[in-house]
Ligand binder design. Structure first.
Ligand SMILES: *Cc1c(COP(=O)(O)O)cnc(C)c1O
Length: 382
């Protein structure tokens, strides 16, 4: 059996070998393994230096100041800290926040948890292209709205939000603007100052860095305060305690430096791969685009295949690593809430697959996938 083709970069990316090499310098006795919070010896200072250099690399990708970066265990924790930390710290100012029904679960479930604490959440529905319109946001802003959280790039569809305009609407209504940018780093230009972003969640492993590390950008503003969720040594200016994982952080730093240097070329190359894939699909019947191509990143393509069931199609494509447009519960298969959210009929949502391409995808991968797809559809539709 030949090796499989990996087209699930939106679920996670492999660590870039250049990143893995950097990480390996921060683990063993010969390396910079000391606690970056150890102030009493040289090895500790060296580890601190590595952490601070990575902080600058992460800040540079998004146009932030290094002092605005708070390390976390991933974008999930960054989303929890942004939403819960901000709402709890600003309870006296207002109890209302706005988000959308197509956010990642790390935002949705955090907002639901806040509802049980007495906060109120408005859930915006997307347009058919998988984007929240500024008008929709404007219509739900209230006097007591303190936070708006809308993702930069949707992980299932690839749809890209107009962050600058949405942030403007949030600010006009007296709220701060948070964005989950886990899928955006190295994919679209990000500039927190130009786009008016106050809080931004970042992940290492969606951008060729390691899993288990992420960051929250917190704009430097005396009015922007967060209540910590993890207490303990007062690390990260009291916002997130815990010994910093130097190797993870150095890896995320290197990955983000590569995204700054190569992100644009990566995306141009990936767009050519995506277009090769789309052209190859031309002669296939019954293929629907769930992704609105001209409003999306080129690296994510969500398609529905009429007349088949997504799970069976995935089985028939067992040499291609992909995600379906559905979530398996213990009892049943449910269509993805994101596809449901943009109005994809249940029958098509259950016949949907997400193709996500990345830095190491080749023309040969695309051609093998097309061939496998043609073969599988013929078999299943017969
Ligand atoms: C992957 C992902 C997350 C979660 O990030 P982790 O670093 O794995 O915790 C959050 N939001 C979006 C949009 C994602 O794609």
């Amino acid at each position: 059996m030949s090796a499989s083709v990996y087209l699930d970069y939106a679920a996670t990316t492999p660590v870039d070998p250049r990143v893995a090499e950097v990480m390996s310098r921060y683990l063993t006795l010969e390396g910079t393994f000391a606690n970056p919070a150890s102030r009493s010896h040289m090895p500790g200072w060296q580890a601190e230096q590595a952490v601070e250099s990575a902080r600058r690399q992460v800040a540079d990708l998004i146009g932030a100041d290094p002092r605005e970066i708070v390390w976390t265990s991933g974008a999930t924790e960054a989303n929890n800290l942004a939403l819960t930390g901000y709402m709890r710290a600003n309870r006296a100012r207002g109890r209302h926040m706005v988000t959308s029904s197509i956010e990642h679960k790390a935002v949705i479930d955090t907002a639901k948890a806040l509802e049980t604490e007495g906060f109120e959440v408005s859930w915006l529905a997307p347009d058919a292209d998988g984007r929240i319109s500024p008008e929709a946001l404007r219509s739900v802003m209230r006097d007591d709205t303190v936070l708006v959280s809308l993702m930069a790039v949707n992980n299932e569809l690839g749809s890209v939000h107009d962050l600058a305009t949405l942030a403007e609407v949030a600010h006009a209504g007296g709220a701060v603007f948070h964005t989950d940018a886990a899928q955006a780093t190295g994919r679209i230009p990000l500039d927190v100052a130009a786009q008016g972003i106050d809080l931004m969640s970042l992940s290492g492993h969606k951008a060729y860095g390691p899993k288990g590390v992420g960051a929250l950008y917190v704009k430097r503003d005396p009015d922007l305060r967060l209540a910590a969720l993890i207490h303990g040594g007062g690390h990260e200016r009291g916002m997130r305690s815990g010994t910093l994982p130097t190797h993870q952080i150095a890896g995320m730093g290197e990955a983000f430096a590569l995204a700054t240097a190569e992100g644009e070329q990566d995306q141009a190359r990936i767009q050519a791969l995506r277009d090769r894939f789309l052209a190859g699909l031309d002669d296939l019947e019954g293929v629907h685009h769930n992704t609105t191509i001209d409003q999306a990143v080129p690296n994510i393509l969500n398609l529905a295949f009429e007349g088949v069931d997504g799970e069976s199609l995935l089985m028939a494509l067992r040499n291609i690593a992909l995600s379906t447009g559905s979530a398996c519960n213990s009892a049943s298969v449910e269509p993805s809430y994101v596809l449901k959210g943009i109005g994809v009929p249940r029958r098509l949502a259950l016949a949907s697959l997400r193709f996500s391409f990345g830095r190491f995808t080749t023309d040969a991968d695309i051609d093998r996938t097309l061939e496998a797809l043609r073969h599988a559809l013929l078999g299943l539709r017969r």
